[in-house]
Design a protein around this ligand. Structure first.
Ligand SMILES: Nc1ncnc2c1ncn2[C@@H]1O[C@H](COP(=O)(O)OP(=O)(O)OP(=O)(O)O)[C@@H](O)[C@H]1O
Ligand SMILES: [Mg+2]
Length: 145
């Protein structure tokens, strides 16, 4: 499969939120989005922006809840998982695989390295902090060919 790559440099939390908001236009039910990157690089801020575009306010970090589920006004569910505290057995227990197969949900996963078998057509987004406020966001998505 060919891969399309897009890189964006964000200079503030606000820019990352806005980028997530705009990126949401490319998403639809059934998508799985894997969010790679160290602590504090902007993964949750990005999902907050996506949520706002779907009419969901106040997306919060799922660090402790592991999975947060939000129903948007359009009926699409935004599912936001953080696997940081889990091992692969713990990940199996979260039911992530069922969410991934649900055409009415868009699934966002922070720390996806813990997930043994994410769908191969997942969208992959890599977050990196260059300085305190300058963060890069690299999006890789497969193209059907
Ligand atoms: N350009 C930027 N984009 C995003 N966040 C930024 C930026 N500059 C500074 N920040 C700050 O970095 C932090 C990013 O936090 P966020 O919760 O999104 O990280 P995360 O990648 O989800 O981390 P974790 O793995 O701990 O969940 C926020 O405190 C935010 O204010
Ligand atoms: Mg987070």
């Amino acid at each position: 499969m060919k891969t399309e790559t897009e890189i964006f440099t964000s200079h503030s939390e606000e820019e990352t939120r806005k980028f997530g908001h705009d990126f949401s236009g490319t998403l639809s039910g059934g998508n799985v989005v894997l969010l790679f990157g160290d602590l504090g690089t902007g993964k949750t801020v990005f999902v907050r922006g996506v949520g706002e575009a779907f009419g969901v306010d106040g997306v919060r970090s799922p660090s402790f809840t592991l999975i947060n589920e939000y129903e948007s006004p359009s009926g699409i569910f935004i599912i936001h998982a953080d696997l940081y505290r889990l091992d692969s057995d713990g990940v199996s227990a979260t039911g992530l695989d069922e969410y991934a197969g649900d055409s009415e949900s868009i699934l966002f996963v922070e720390w996806p390295e813990r997930w043994l078998n994410p769908p191969s057509n997942s969208i992959r987004i890599y977050f990196e902090s260059l300085t305190e406020n300058e963060h890069t966001i690299r999006i890789e998505r497969g193209l059907a060919c």
